[in-house]
Design a protein around this ligand. Sequence first.
Ligand code: ADP
Length: 166
Amino acid sequence: MQKKQSIAVYPGSFDPVTYGHLDIIHRAAKQFDTLVVAVLNNAKKNPLFTVEERKVLLHQATRHLPNVEIDSFHDLLTNYMNSKNAQIIVRGLRAVSDFEFELQMASTNRKLNEDVETFFMMTNPQYSYLSSSIVKEVAKYDGTVTDLVPKEVEKALREKYNYLQK
Ligand code: ADP
């Protein structure tokens, strides 16, 4: 009998993708047959990048990973999981401060669909301080983000902030 294909979804804002996210993506892609990186389309978060822009940046950063797919969703995550036939949610944990929110999310998702399991991956200590918000803050004030995000993201940040300042 053929083994069931494991399909995992890594949901998030990715506004924009950082080396912290990419570290999780690389590691998760080794564990599952398919990893879908799903950009949450949530205008309430007042994102800097549009969903399309975030997807393009993710595509560029993951093009060397054949089992990684980039997508977006605006629905409830558990509905989206069903539509992708996916059983696993991947989330990253940085500090204790992430824990409370992640526990609430994982418990809610379990309540909504008990076949869906959330897998947590510990941050690479090298990136434990890294978040999209920090990256935006640094770029906004012209600091260097070279060690925090891929080149394409750095370029996109520069363009965005120059554009916003006009
Ligand atoms: P969200 O708004 O859903 O938290 P983010 O794009 O900020 O979206 O994060 C998506 C996921 O990636 C979350 O599980 C978050 O904890 C994880 N993550 C973000 N940055 C890092 C990092 N530096 N190391 C490990 N996990 C991270």
